[in-house]
Design a protein around this ligand. Structure first.
Ligand SMILES: NC(=O)c1ccc[n+]([C@@H]2O[C@H](COP(=O)([O-])OP(=O)(O)OC[C@H]3O[C@@H](n4cnc5c(N)ncnc54)[C@H](O)[C@@H]3O)[C@@H](O)[C@H]2O)c1
Length: 326
């Protein structure tokens, strides 16, 4: 039984990573500074949740992270804790403390414990491009347009130095538009929230347009877990799911929902300052062919999961805007 520690385990990708590790029979420690377990509750039943060791800790508390990684992270740490684009934009100092110093704390602890780290970077390390649907290589990043993207670039650089100076093996993964059960916050969460809104028969406008690379949270989790077994190095890899425009997703949502729920979702707003197609050849060379669920199947599975949760009265609604008049 491998001992794995997941930071940011209460988050969207975290919940799916924990689920995947438990399915493999691993000893799983879920570390998060928050108490919100709604995403874990949405993707795991009570029996599975009872097998998780929960630890409440802040990744900026280097002494606590050192202790917990030493005790429970022996076979690898998956580091997902972080603040997203809107929070880093509103408070860059806090963003740097959590996203950069918190990541350094994880690498310090991994160096002392002699374990490897798979960490969340982001496609926000890229800047806009005139040919957004051309598959982009890892080396084309650097012109990030947000503090968040700059913090992720710093983490990729620090990971390289930890390997050079201390031999800490790592894989940094760069998701783009992650969607699926549990995705309820961040710059690109709108397509998932739109599915929930449709179930409630409420109109919803996704707040961005244009092409992006859609990646199902369950696939992303699988990639994080398999990256624990990548060859030694300090790798940084893109992820690729399916490139489509948000306008395509609006049409696809109408295809997967029942007829009476059609026409409720649209999109408006800017295009993302990030290319919409990422080349994941490097990832494939490290872990073999990654899962790439088609957008239509991913949307259908997410819709069906939300519909089941709704029937059970357990659909989490905190990401939906207040209803007019309520
Ligand atoms: N979701 C995406 O589309 C996407 C895309 C690219 C990169 N990422 C990165 O992947 C990682 C996970 O993303 P997600 O969608 O699951 O995010 P999320 O916001 O759902 O989850 C992040 C988790 O980190 C925890 N956290 C925040 N600050 C913490 C701290 N100081 N100490 C301990 N825990 C803390 C939060 O409580 C939360 O449970 C993040 O690093 C994010 O930047 C996500």
């Amino acid at each position: 039984m491998a001992a794995r520690l997941v930071t940011g385990a209460n988050g969207c990708i975290g919940a799916w990573v924990v689920r995947r590790l438990l399915a493999a029979g691993d000893d799983v420690t879920a570390l998060d500074h928050g108490d919100e377990r709604h995403r874990l509750e949405a993707v795991l039943d009570e029996d599975a949740r009872s097998r998780i060791r929960f630890i409440k800790a802040d990744v900026t508390d280097a002494a606590a992270i050192h202790r917990h990684v030493g005790e429970h992270g022996g076979d690898g740490v998956i580091h997902l804790a972080g603040l997203q684009v809107p929070t880093c934009r509103a408070d860059p100092m806090l963003g740097a403390r959590v996203n950069v110093l918190g990541t350094l704390a994880v690498f310090e602890a991994a160096s002392a414990a002699g374990c490897r780290v798979v960490y969340a970077s982001s496609a926000a390390v890229y800047g806009p491009d005139e040919t957004p649907t051309r598959p982009h290589l890892e080396s084309e990043a650097g012109d990030a347009k947000t503090h968040y993207g700059i913090f992720k670039l710093a983490n990729e650089g620090n990971a390289r130095i930890y390997h050079q100076d201390h031999g800490v093996g790592s894989v940094g993964l760069r998701p783009l538009t992650v969607y699926g059960v549990g995705r309820d916050f961040g710059m690109t969460s709108g397509p998932t929230t739109a599915l929930k809104s449709a179930i409630l028969e409420r109109p919803y406008t996704i707040g961005f347009r244009g092409p992006t690379d859609f990646q199902l949270a369950e696939d992303v989790a699988e990639i994080f877990v398999r990256s624990l077994d990548a060859p030694d190095g300090a790798h940084v890899c893109n992820l690729h799911g399916e490139t489509a425009t948000v306008e395509d997703v609006v049409a696809a949502i109408d295809d997967v929902v029942p007829e009476r729920l059609r026409g409720l979702v649209d999109c408006d707003g800017p295009t993302l300052p990030i290319p919409g197609a990422l080349d994941d050849g490097l990832l494939e060379s490290l872990i073999g062919p990654p899962p790439r669920t088609s957008l239509r199947d991913g949307l259908r599975r997410t819709y069906e999961a939300f519909a089941r949760l709704h029937e059970l009265g357990r659909l989490d609604l905190r990401d939906l805007p207040e209803e007019v008049g309520s």
